[in-house]
Design a protein around this ligand. Structure first.
Ligand code: RIB
Ligand code: CA
Length: 319
């Protein structure tokens, strides 16, 4: 793990649309002593907001961390209709595991109100925000309180895709396609942004052996995670003809804990927010052929074995 033994835990906010891959990211973060999860903010994405908030409550309870507050945020993108992905994630968003109805409920405050208050009350460059879905919540905060960017240490998001195209349109990845305006606001907010796009997540595919190893933990987390992942990967295995599916969102948490597992480049990334043909495309100036500012640490490579070994170690810590 990256933090030296005497370092205090890194304060993070997970912004998410669970989603089976979000679920593994949340579980991994809650298992990592190097991270202090201040709260989980749900956003509409893979499934509608009511379900993403419910799923987040289920996940903090599954991890044995019911004290971690969950907040419900934006139920639709900034300026567009919501597009969901039940065909990938199932009707609940976390199909594949038999999980009890949550005992906890989302906090009464809106996620954006809580996020804004938390970030504004923090010190300069103190808080890390981890968007795992459409970036509507984060962008809404930044539009209302642009000064909040000063207290953000880093925005580490899963989203985008360039060299390998998109997974929702030929050129657009789901999180950015659902709310391209929000992604563009985040990329230009002034806080350091690290993007883990499909270009890297597709280089670390799950294997049946790994999923069975997780199930073999025999814990409620291991059994639930394996069930969710077997359900989740079927769509990508069928679509791409591969033997395993990518596990997108946990790469954000793995990057925080082990940045040495990843490689990328600081460059300019812009989002297409108008063209019907290329809406949501992340245009990456990888070779610096424009004079546009370098606003993103764009990650393209990962040590796949290191990633999955880290995830297994983290999941093994949970009940
Ligand atoms: O394109 C993959 C992303 O879209 C992941 O975050 C997945 O959970 C969905 O939100
Ligand atoms: Ca997600």
């Amino acid at each position: 793990m990256s933090a030296p033994p005497d370092a205090s835990p890194r304060p993070i906010i997970i912004d998410t649309d669970p989603g089976q891959d979000d679920a593994i990211a949340i579980l991994a973060a809650l298992a990592a002593p190097e991270l202090a999860v201040l709260g989980i903010t749900a956003v509409a994405g893979n499934v509608p907001l009511e379900l993403t908030a419910r799923n987040a409550c289920i996940l903090v309870e599954l991890a044995g961390r019911p004290e971690v507050p969950v907040f419900a945020g934006c139920d639709r993108p900034l300026r567009r209709d919501l597009v969901t992905a039940e065909h990938v994630h199932g009707k609940t968003g976390i199909d594949g595991a038999e999980l009890p109805e949550p005992v906890t409920a989302p906090q009464p405050r809106h996620a954006v109100e809580w996020m804004t208050e938390t970030v504004l009350a923090a010190g300069e460059r103190e808080i890390t925000i981890c968007p795992l879905g459409p970036m509507t919540n984060v962008a809404t905060m930044l539009e209302a309180a642009p000064e909040a960017a000063r207290n953000i240490r880093e925005i580490v998001c899963m989203g985008g895709g360039f060299f390998g195209g998109g997974n929702t349109t030929p050129v657009a990845e789901f999180n950015v396609f659902v709310d391209p305006d929000a992604a563009q606001i985040v990329l230009h907010c002034g806080a350091p942004v690290t993007m883990l796009p499909q270009d890297v997540t597709h280089k670390a595919l799950m294997t049946d052996a790994w999923i069975n190893r997780v199930r073999g933990l025999g814990t409620r987390t291991g059994v639930a995670a394996a069930g969710m992942l077997e359900f989740y990967e079927r769509y990508d295995v069928d679509k791409y003809g591969t033997t395993g599916g990518p596990l997108h969102d946990p790469n954000v948490i793995a990057y925080l804990l082990r940045p040495d597992l990843y490689e990328g480049r600081h460059c300019n990334v812009e989002v297409e927010t108008d063209s019907p043909l290329t809406l949501g495309m992340t245009v990456v100036d990888w070779w610096g052929v424009t004079d546009r500012p370098s606003n993103c640490h764009y990650i393209t490579d990962v040590d796949s074995n290191g990633f999955y070994n880290l995830l297994y170690t983290l999941l093994a810590r949970l009940p």
